[in-house]
Design a protein around this ligand. Structure first.
Ligand code: ATP
Ligand code: MG
Length: 332
């Protein structure tokens, strides 16, 4: 199938290792085979940061530099900025009529995020309804495949419900449904062992992290609390260090050997953590250097984003026109 791909990230901080294994690695590969668009979702970033908009605006170019540094190529992938694409906001308004409040309330990701953000009784409408704007993002590019972490599965479900409702209203196919593409590591835990590495939770290793920071973060990682002496048999399952080794180490046979050794006893946490720290430092060092080079040329970054956004504007306006016509609102 000739897929169209849409993915995106909130510019609420520089990108981290969870992005890398959850979605970026897939995108680097997919851009060679399909038409791919990546959206820097600044409007979505504002939904829980309106009190601190600078957190969003100051990270747009950081995220773009991260993309380029990991190997997203702007001649293969269209990289664009959400707030500069008015068709996305238009679509959001149309789709808001197709989704009930109770449907949004049932979204498990939004539910968990609301609980962790302590909005109290002041949940911003924009935050509560961001799955609708995400449906606008996905459909505005006629996406059929969305490479994401597993926290995004409920968003794609709502998107497809909107697509089916709209096609039903129009009595013909206006939009196509999208499928998620999960990676082998659909949810990387945080360095603190929490279920998800996430910018908002502050438990991340980014592409700008120093070697020293990486070593310290790995040293503080949770292993097996009962593995007190080197000779004790250790628990591999639920051991964050092994979860990371599975996600990042290229030599799978070596990791199997390590697991057997650890389970039998005789492999110490310090040695194990040293192997992980080296592995992460090897991955991040070249990316960190490229990232710094890209960030040094702000003009070039803005030019790349502007040209991707211009192309995206043409595509998304066509889709918005189709959606308007589905509601009979295309007089001119
Ligand atoms: P925020 O805390 O501001 O929501 P985030 O760290 O969750 O930031 P997003 O920009 O919301 O990052 O997510 C962008 C993409 O990266 C999504 O597809 C998401 O599923 C994926 N992703 C984010 N964190 C992880 C993770 N820890 N493991 C796997 N995929 C992830
Ligand atoms: Mg998120």
């Amino acid at each position: 199938m000739n897929h169209k791909i849409l993915t995106g990230d909130r510019p609420t901080g520089p990108l981290h290792l969870g992005h890398y294994v959850g979605s970026l690695k897939n995108r680097i590969e997919l851009q060679n085979h399909y038409s791919q668009t990546i959206l820097i979702a600044d409007l979505q970033g504002l939904t829980d940061n309106s009190h601190n908009p600078e957190k969003v605006s100051s990270n747009i170019l950081n995220v773009l530099a991260d993309y380029l540094a990991v190997g997203i190529c702007p001649t293969k992938t269209t990289i664009c900025l959400q707030s500069a694409l008015p068709a996305l906001s238009e679509l959001t308004m149309f789709y808001a009529n197709l989704v009930s409040v109770s449907r949004l309330e049932r979204n498990p990701t939004v539910k968990a995020e609301i609980a962790s953000k302590e909005f109290g009784s002041s949940i911003p409408v924009g935050f509560f309804s961001y799955p609708i704007s995400q449906a606008a993002d996905i459909t505005a590019f006629d996406a059929t495949l969305v490479p994401v972490g597993d926290d995004q599965l409920p968003m794609i479900e709502i998107t497809n419900e909107i697509v089916r409702k709209l096609n039903n209203i129009a009595q013909k196919t206006i939009l196509t449904q999208a499928k998620p593409l999960l990676s082998d590591t659909p949810r990387l835990p945080g360095v603190d062992g929490k279920a998800k590495m996430s910018k908002s939770l502050g438990n991340v290793i980014t592409f700008g992290s120093s070697d020293d920071f990486i070593v310290k973060a790995v040293r503080a990682m949770y292993t097996d609390p009962n593995h007190l002496r080197v000779d004790d048999p250790g628990q591999v399952e639920g051991n964050v260090v092994f979860t990371y080794l599975d996600a990042f180490h290229e030599d799978k046979a070596f990791i199997t050997q390590l697991k057997n050794h650890y389970a039998a006893g005789g492999l110490g946490d310090t040695k194990l953590k040293g192997i992980l720290a080296d592995c992460l430092i090897n991955l991040i060092t070249p990316i960190r250097a490229k990232r710094a080079l890209f960030l040094a040329d702000r003009g070039e970054l803005i030019a790349i984003l502007k040209s991707g956004t211009e192309l995206a504007n043409q595509q998304t306006q066509t889709v918005a026109q189709r959606v308007k016509s589905a509601f009979g609102l295309n007089l001119f």
